[in-house]
Each structure stands twice: as structure tokens, then as C-alpha cells.
Ligand binder design. Structure first.
Ligand code: PMP
Length: 394
């Protein structure tokens, strides 16, 4: 049977995840591999959250839940967003979704008609182009530069904005770890207002900021009317498997998004929503507990990297990743990652997996325990030094 062009062309270009799949095959075949690849915590969902989930499920919250989300979770998310950004927010500005990923798809469906262009910043989280295409739009990557520490430039976005109706940004950023500055966000807001773009702001790492501060562009003057914020329990509360996230936006947009949810996801399980509500109300101590390993490992990495001159660390301001510039080794990110896997059984992601802008870089996820992390990073640095010496480039 013929499958639609739409679904068979969601992705297609080489996805650049060969190293990741190769590492997984090696593990399956019994090899020991240190995986510094994907963005999943090495701790599991806190037992207190699971207890709340259990109480809710046993209490009977296992039937169809309210499609927009339970009133009390929507209120909790609204209050949290208002407290963090100062923007008046009520439950009518909130739709609960099955994770940030579903929110990204819904937001683009709200913003784009078939054939419209949806812009996104390169380097990018792997699903972005496919998500924009899934919503029927054309996905157009806008390059950022290592020399600018991957802060987007509004001027460069504007040069490539023909036909665009939306711009997707992500701060704190996966894969670079960069937090967008006040200036970057104000320039982007100005651009969106001039061109009448929806700004889709992926803020799933908003509790993981190590340097500077997180600014939600929805809080910039006038932007609450044209920003759709994507949030999630996955990263802040180590609830990746629970699939619970949200969109925050103008009331009219949320009304239509609820209609979309009725015809696609039909909501999020009630016991998951109750667990999320518990977690959000548990205060910052729980979030800090989840962030603590990344703060420790970032400090470990800065110390190890400061003792060598071959690898350059892109400012690691937030999220659970380090972006390392390995161009002084003379290898591409992909060649470096493959060679490191072959020689030392350490798996990292090539920068090229996240688009063209991060070529010559690798992304290291800080998601293995401290000692192993430190040892692996030490090996990685020695490996890079050896390569640089060989190539005479350092
Ligand atoms: N956005 C970014 C930048 C991410 O890194 C991820 C997950 N890795 C997501 C969205 C989606 O997260 P989830 O669907 O688990 O909320």
C-alpha cells in the first residue's frame, strides 16, 4: 500500500545518529560502553512522585482525564509560570500535553498552515525539523556560529525569513548548553513583532541554568500575544517516561489547541497529572536534587578541560550537556566520535548530528556518575591531544 508523502518524508536526510546506534549495538553484543549520548538523567523519578502517582491511580484517577488537563494542574502550571516570569497567567493560558514533544507538534500546528515555513535555530534538538514537517509546514534551519557561542543573530534570521510564519527557539539550549542573553531575546522579540511571527519558545530546561538567568521571551513587552511556550516535567523532575508537558499561550490559541488535543492525544492520564502536580508543588528542593549531579559534573568538566588547550568548551550555561569544539584535532565531530568509540568505547554525539552549525564539535551528556564521567572526560582529552599532535594542528 502506498503511504502518504507526508509521513514518508518527515525525516530522510541522514540523521547523523550512527554513532549512537553503533554504541547501542556494541552494548547489545556484550561490550562495555560509556554512553555520554542522550539527555536522560542517570537517576529515576523520585519515589515521592511515584507515591503520589500510586495514590492517585489507586484512588481511581485512571479513566479519561479532562482533555485540556485537570483544573488543578493547569492552575499549578499557570501559577508557576506567573511566579517565574511575572506575566499574568491563568489556566485558560495552559494546555497539558503528553510531554514537550507533543507540545512542539501542537504549537506548530497552531502557528503554521500547510506549506508555510517554520524557522528553527541550528544546532537543534534532533526532532525539530521532523516535528515542523509533521505539522505540515516546511522546516528551515537558520545557522548560528560557534564564534558567537551559538547565540542567534536576529539579522541572520531575518535574511532567511521569506515565507516564514513561526520561529522556534530553545534556551537553555540542547545541544549547545547556551542560555540566550537578554539582548538576543529582545532582538528576536523585535523580529517576531516586525514580521508577525509566532515565537515558539522551547523552555524544557528552564530549571537547569548554571550561569546567567533564564528569560522567557513571553515576558517581553507585547510578546505574550504571540508566544507559545513549551514546558515539560521531563528534565526538571526526571519524569521523561511519564510524558507530561504543556503549552502556555494566548487564550484563543489554547482554545484551538484544546480542540486539536481532543482529536489527537485526548489528554494525559489523570494519575500522571496528579503526580506532576505533586512534583511542581514539592518546591525547589526536589528540582535542586535533580539538577545537583549536573552542577557537580559541570564543575568537574571545567576543571579537567582547564588543564589542556586542544578542546575548547562552548560556555556551558545550562541544560545537561557540554558542547566541545574539537576542531584543533583536525577531525570532524563525526570522525572524532567514531574513533573515540572504536578506541576507548566512549560514545559521544557528533555536533553534525544537530545540524551544520555544530560541525567540528561533539556533545557530551553529563549523564553518568561523577567518577566515570571524570575518567571518561580525561580519556577524551588525552585522545584529542594525541590527535592534535599527530595532525600538527595544535
Ligand atoms: N525539547 C528539547 C530541547 C529536548 O531536549 C527534549 C527532550 N530531549 C524535548 C523538547 C522533549 O522532551 P519531552 O517530550 O520529554 O518533554
Amino acid at each position: 500500500m502506498k503511504l502518504s508523502h507526508h509521513i514518508t518524508h518527515l525525516t530522510g536526510d541522514s540523521d547523523g545518529w550512527d554513532v549512537f546506534y553503533r554504541a547501542r549495538r556494541m552494548i547489545r553484543d556484550g561490550h562495555e560502553v560509556t554512553e555520554l549520548t542522550i539527555g536522560e538523567h542517570d537517576i529515576r523519578t523520585d519515589l515521592s512522585i511515584l507515591a503520589a502517582m500510586d495514590v492517585s491511580a489507586r484512588g481511581g484517577h485512571t479513566g479519561y482525564a479532562m482533555v485540556p488537563g485537570t483544573d488543578s494542574l493547569r492552575d499549578t502550571v499557570a501559577a508557576r509560570v506567573q511566579a517565574r516570569t511575572g506575566v499574568p497567567t491563568t489556566r485558560d493560558n495552559v494546555l497539558i500535553t503528553p510531554g514537550g514533544q507533543a507540545a512542539l507538534f501542537a504549537a506548530h500546528t497552531a502557528a503554521c498552515d500547510p506549506g508555510d515555513v517554520g524557522l528553527f535555530m541550528d544546532p537543534y534538538y534532533a526532532t525539530y525539523p521532523g516535528t515542523i514537517r509533521a505539522a505540515g509546514a516546511q522546516a528551515r534551519a537558520i545557522q548560528t556560529r560557534a564564534e558567537d557561542s551559538f547565540q542567534p543573530r536576529a539579522g541572520l534570521i531575518e535574511e532567511q525569513a521569506a515565507g516564514a510564519v513561526s520561529l522556534l527557539i530553545n534556551s537553555p539550549n540542547n545541544p549547545t548548553g547556551v542560555v540566550y542573553s537578554a539582548q538576543t531575546l529582545s532582538d528576536i522579540a523585535g523580529l517576531c513583532q516586525r514580521r508577525n511571527f509566532w515565537l515558539i519558545s522551547d523552555e524544557v530546561y528552564d530549571t537547569q541554568v548554571w550561569e546567567g538567568s533564564h528569560i522567557s521571551p513571553r515576558s517581553l513587552p507585547g510578546m505574550d500575544q504571540q508566544t507559545l511556550v513549551v514546558g515539560s516535567m521531563s528534565k526538571s523532575h526526571a519524569m521523561t517516561g511519564s510524558r507530561c508537558g504543556w503549552i502556555v499561550g494566548p487564550e484563543t490559541a489554547i482554545e484551538h489547541l484544546i480542540n486539536l488535543a481532543t482529536h489527537t492525544t485526548y489528554g494525559v492520564p489523570g494519575f500522571i497529572q496528579d503526580a506532576a502536580e505533586f512534583a511542581l508543588n514539592a518546591g525547589t528542593a526536589l528540582e535542586d536534587k535533580i539538577s545537583a549531579p549536573f552542577i557537580r559534573r559541570r564543575a568537574i568538566a571545567i576543571d579537567i578541560l582547564s588543564r589542556q588547550h586542544v578542546i575548547h568548551l562552548v560556555p556551558a550555561q545550562g541544560a545537561m550537556y557540554l558542547m566541545l569544539d574539537i576542531r584543533a584535532t583536525g577531525l570532524s565531530g563525526e570522525a572524532f566520535a567514531n574513533a573515540l568509540l572504536d578506541t576507548h568505547a566512549i560514545a559521544v554525539m557528533p555536533g553534525e548530528s544537530f545540524g551544520r552549525s555544530a560541525a567540528g564539535h561533539i556533545r557530551v551528556a553529563m549523564t553518568v556518575e561523577d567518577e566515570k564521567f571524570a575518567a571518561s572526560l580525561g580519556i577524551l582529552c588525552d585522545f584529542a591531544a594525541g590527535l592534535a599532535q599527530k595532525s600538527g594542528a595544535a
